[in-house]
Design a protein. Structure first.
Length: 259
């Protein structure tokens, strides 16, 4: 029987900690959503490897969300001769930046010095906010975020199971995102400001936990997992969230949801 799985590879904010990478996730064992600083190594702690990854979704092109892409690309193709067949990697992200970031990652690993790297060019899917794309078992819908670069809030449906997941990326509090995420089973939402309540507007750039919980409540989601935040304030952050949305959690790195 098919199931949807989601593993929290990293849950931290923009700087990794020794025991926690920046926010990134593996969906169904092969789809990497955001690519933390050390994703290629960190994922191995939880039973995954770059060879497993054939699709990468980037919410926005800030360094802490794509820093590990070069390592994933390099290690994946360095070991491709150990498997019978390796699917072409597909990299999906915001249209304004994703093509440039992929080419920079390829330049960093000097693809011209390895024939197999030069020939293994990933397919880039550049999406504008509001576009929907079907890839493999997933239908991926997008909505605009409000951040200092173009961002995509992803709503992902696993067509095999009917499970729907939401990923906010980094964003100022946008009440309209509640409609985008309405009814998803699980919502991963940033809470960079912790228990502070930043003023609305683009200068804030991120959300506070009460704002994240308000989106979850208004969207009537199943569960809320708070990411891209300070684990040192876990008790305070979770308590503040649960005053608004009782099914709020701060996931440990390595947690796997099975749905």
């Amino acid at each position: 029987m098919a199931e949807t799985t989601l593993t929290f590879i990293g849950t931290g904010h923009c700087q990794p900690a020794p025991d926690n990478d920046t926010a990134s996730f593996v969906l169904n064992g092969h789809c990497l959503i955001d690519c933390g600083w050390n994703a290629a190594i960190t994922m191995t702690r939880y039973g995954y490897a770059p060879l497993d990854i054939d699709r990468v979704l980037i919410t926005h092109c800030h360094q802490d969300h794509y820093m590990g892409l070069a390592g994933v690309l390099f290690l994946r193709h360095l070991r491709e001769n150990t498997v019978d067949h390796l699917e072409q990697m597909e990299i999906i992200g915001p249209a304004e930046d994703i093509g440039r970031v992929v080419e920079l990652a390829r330049a960093y690993i000097q693809v011209e010095t390895f024939e197999r790297l030069a020939n293994a060019r990933p397919e880039v899917v550049a999406l504008e906010p509001g576009e929907t794309v079907a890839v493999g078992e997933l239908t991926i819908g997008t909505a605009p975020t409000e951040h200092s670069v173009q961002g995509l809030a992803y709503r992902i449906r696993d067509e095999r199971t009917g499970v729907e997941l939401g990923f906010s990326g980094d964003t100022t509090y946008l009440p309209e995102l509640a409609e985008h995420f309405r009814g998803v089973d699980v919502l991963m939402y940033e809470a960079s400001w912790g228990v502070e309540d930043p003023e609305l507007g683009t200068e804030a750039g991120h959300s506070g936990v009460r704002q994240s919980a308000t989106i979850a409540r208004d969207a009537e989601v199943g569960k809320l997992y708070l990411v891209h935040t300070n684990r040192g304030q876990e008790a305070e952050i979770v308590a503040a969230a649960r005053e608004i949305f009782p099914e709020a959690y701060m996931p440990q790195p390595g947690l796997t949801l099975r749905m």
